[in-house]
Design a protein around this ligand. Structure first.
Ligand SMILES: [Zn+2]
Ligand SMILES: [Zn+2]
Length: 149
């Protein structure tokens, strides 16, 4: 079979607009050792945030603050490294091997503007559909008779 060079590039936009990355799916496939390493680092990272918070709120000494900051920098780097090493090859890309996956815990993402639960449109928006926000739905709607402002 010969390749047809004139074939248009496939534009796959059906279903959810963004392929998702599920941390839970990856987690169950990790070894006990990987889980233990990632878990320990993640817990210590949160502990370092809490420590920095205590330093700020209780005005603890700069000495503790300095150590807390160093811990946070180190543990952030360690977490990224431990997770990167444990991730199966290609886990962060969709089936095509190119399209990046978006973390699933973020929830819905508007296909037209990228707004999310964490980052609504100016003035606020909700969900008009599975992957489109009310602001974009209103903007894209045909300007038929019932436009009221
Ligand atoms: Zn939108
Ligand atoms: Zn929106």
């Amino acid at each position: 079979m010969a390749d047809t060079q004139s074939a248009p590039a496939p534009v796959a936009v059906d279903g959810p607009a963004f392929p998702r990355f599920s941390g839970a799916e990856v987690w169950v496939q990790l070894t006990q050792e990987e889980k233990a390493q990632i878990g320990a680092v993640a817990i210590e990272l949160v502990a370092s945030w809490r420590l920095r918070q205590r330093v700020y709120e209780d005005q603890l000494s700069d000495i503790v603050g300095r150590a807390a900051e160093a811990a946070q920098v180190l543990l952030t780097r360690m977490l990224a490294m431990e997770v990167s090493e444990a991730l199966p090859d290609g886990a962060l890309e969709a089936e095509d091997g190119i399209t990046p996956r978006v973390p699933s815990l973020l929830g819905g993402i508007c296909r037209d503007c990228g707004c999310t639960q964490e980052d609504a449109c100016p003035g606020g928006c909700g969900w008009a559909g599975k992957d489109q926000c009310t602001a974009c739905a209103a903007e894209n709607a045909p300007a038929a008779g019932r436009l009221e402002l």
